[in-house]
Ligand binder design. Sequence first.
Ligand code: CP3
Length: 641
Amino acid sequence: MTENDPNFQGLTVASFESRRRDEIAAIIEKRGGNALVAPSMREVPIPENRSAIDFANCIITGQIEIVILMTGVGFRHLITAIEKHVDLQAFLNALSDITTISRGPKVVAAMKEVGLSPTVKVPLPNTWRELLQAIDAEVPISNQVIGLQEYGVTNASLIAGLEARGGQVQKVKVYEWDLPEDTAPLEENIKQIVTGKVDVTLFTSANQLNHVLKMADQMKLGEQFRSALRGTVICSVGPTMSERLRDLGFPVDVEPENPKMGPLVKLAAAKSADILVRKKQIRVALSETGPDVNNTQAAWYNSPFMKACRREPTDVTPVWLMRQAGRYMEEYREVRAKTTFLDLCKNPQLCSEVMCTAVEKLGVDAAIIFSDILPILEPMGLDLEYAKGEGPIIHNPIREANDLSRIMELESADSLHFVMETVKQTRADLPAHIPVIGFSGAPFTLASYAIEGGSSRNYLFTKTLMYRDPGAWKDLMERFSRAITIYLNAQIAAGAQAVQLFDSWAGCLSTDDYRRYVFPYVKSIIAGITPGVPFINFATGNPQLLPMLAEAGAAVVGVDWRIRLDTAWETIGENYAVQGNLDPLSLFADHIELRRRTKDVLDQAAGRPGHIFNLGHGVLQQTPVENVQALVEMVHEISSR
Ligand code: CP3
C-alpha cells in the first residue's frame, strides 16, 4: 500500500458483516482503521418448508407464469427445500419454459449451476426500481401470476409496484434471518457507538441495519443508539442498502460506485476524516444556537419580510413565491438530473444550493427551505415514493381504524435531522438579511396523502374515515399534530425565522367540516410553536376557510387567488398580516398583463403594513423563468414607498 492510498489514520470503524467478517476486518486494518467487527445476523433455513413445495408445484403445473429470483443464496435454498419432495428435473424444465427474472449476477450464477439462464437480467444497481423498469420494458405482467422468491424481509415497494401493474404476487420465503447465537460482540459494538467511541460505521447488507436496531432496542438503548449512529460517518455498500438506511432516517455519507466491500472501505478511508469534521460542526451548532427568535440586532430581524409578518411598515412590499425553486428553473433540473427527488431532499448541501440559487436568481426577500411536505410520513411508518410522472405515492396507505396502529408516533425530529441540517446549511449560506422559512404539511393534507395513497379527486377514503369513525380520525389528527409541532420547533431551533403550514387540500372541506375535523388540530399546533416566531397559515381552494385560518392563532394568513385580497383582509380583520395572492397562471401572460395584475394585488393591499406578496399557490413547472424574475422586480418597483 503506497503513501497516497486512502487511510483511516487511526479512526475507529465498526462493521456488522457476518459471513465475511474476517475479510472486512483485514481490509479495514490494512487501511489504518481500528476495526470493530461484530456479526449481526445468521441465516436460518425454514425447516419443512411447505410453502416452498407448494410454490414448486405451482411452477410445475403452470399456475405461476413468471418467476422473480431475488438472490443466488435464496435460489439454492429453494432447491434444497424442495428436492426431496418434488421431481427436481420437472421443476427445472418448467422454470426454463416460463419467464424468469434474475435480480442480479449472483442469481445468474446460481441458475447456471443447474443449467438454467434467466429470460430477463435486471441491470445495475439491481434494486427493485430497476427490476420494475426491466418489467415495464420487457415483460407484460397484467393478470399474470408472479412467483417471487423473497429474501430476508418482504419488499413492500416491489410488491406494490407489481400489483399496481396488474400482477398477482405469490411469495415464497426460503430462509429467515435471526440474530447471531452469541450476541455479546454485537452488544459491545452497540455500546461503543452509544458512548461515542466509533467514528465510522459500515453497512454491507440491508438486513444488518434491522438487526442492529432490534438489538439496540432490546438493550433499551434504541433512541441513544439511533442518535449516536447519525453522528458517525455512515457508509453504505450500495443502492439497496442506502435506501434502507434513508428509509429509517439515517443519512448516507459514503456509497461507492462499485457496490462491493473493497471499494466501500477504500472510499470510507478517503472521505471519513473530512465528513466527521462537518458532522461535528453541525451537531455543535444545532445544540448551541437554539432559537434566537428575538434577536432584534440580527439583519433578518429587520428585513421587510419579518417586519411585514409583525405588521410593521416597510419601504417596499416583501415578496417570495411558493415553489420558487423547482422544475421550471434550469439550474434545478440540472441538479435533479443526477439524483432522485427524495435523495435530494435528504442532501442538505444540495438543498441549500438549490434554494440559494433560486433566491439569488429571482431577487426574492425570503427563502423557504428546499424540502417537501411528505418526507415526514416516512419515519411515521409510511412508504413514500415520488414516481416519475405520477407525483407522490404512498405504497401502504391507511384506510381504516385498524391501520392506524401502523402510524408511528414521531417521538423526536431526529429521524428528520436532514431537514434540520438543511435549515442550518441554508441559513449559513444565505445573506444575513434574508430570512429562512421552515414548513410542514398540515394535518389534514398529510392525512389525506396517507389515506388516499397519492393525489385524489374527491377524497373518498379520507372523508369515509372522517365521517364513519370520528374517534379514529381524532386519533390520527392528534398524532399528526404532535409530530408537526415537534418538527416545526426543531426547524426553528435549527435556525428558521418563520414557519408555514401548507394545507393544500383543505379546500375540499365545507366550513362546518373544517371547523369540526381540522380546526382544533391546527390550533393546537400553532399554540405549541416557539413563541415569537411568525406562523403563516396557508390553505388553498376555499376562501370561506380564511377566518378560521386566522382564528387558529396565525400571525400571517395565506390567501389564494379565488378571492380578492382586499375582501380577504376585510373578512379576516386588520389584526393579521396576509400573504398572497396572484394567480400563478398570471405568469403565463405577457409583461403588460402581468404588470397590470401585479399592480392590482398591490392596490388591493393599499400599502397597509402586513402584506407579503406571493402567488396564491406554487409556481407551475411550465412557467417561463424570466416572467418570475420580472414579477419580483415589478413588485419591488411598484410598491416602493
Ligand atoms: O421552492 C419551494 O417552495 C421549496 C420546496 C417545496 C417543494 N414542495 C418542492 C418540490 C415546497 C414548499 C413544497 C410543498 C409541497 N409539496 C406541497 C404544498 C404546496 C402546494 O403546492 O400545495 C405539496 C402538496 C407537496 C406535495 C408534492 N411534492 C407533490 C404533489 C409533488 C409532485 C408534483 C409537483 O408539483 O411537482 C411534489 C414534488 C416536489 N416538491 C417537487 C419540488 C421541487 C418536484 C419534484 C421533482 O423534481 O420531480
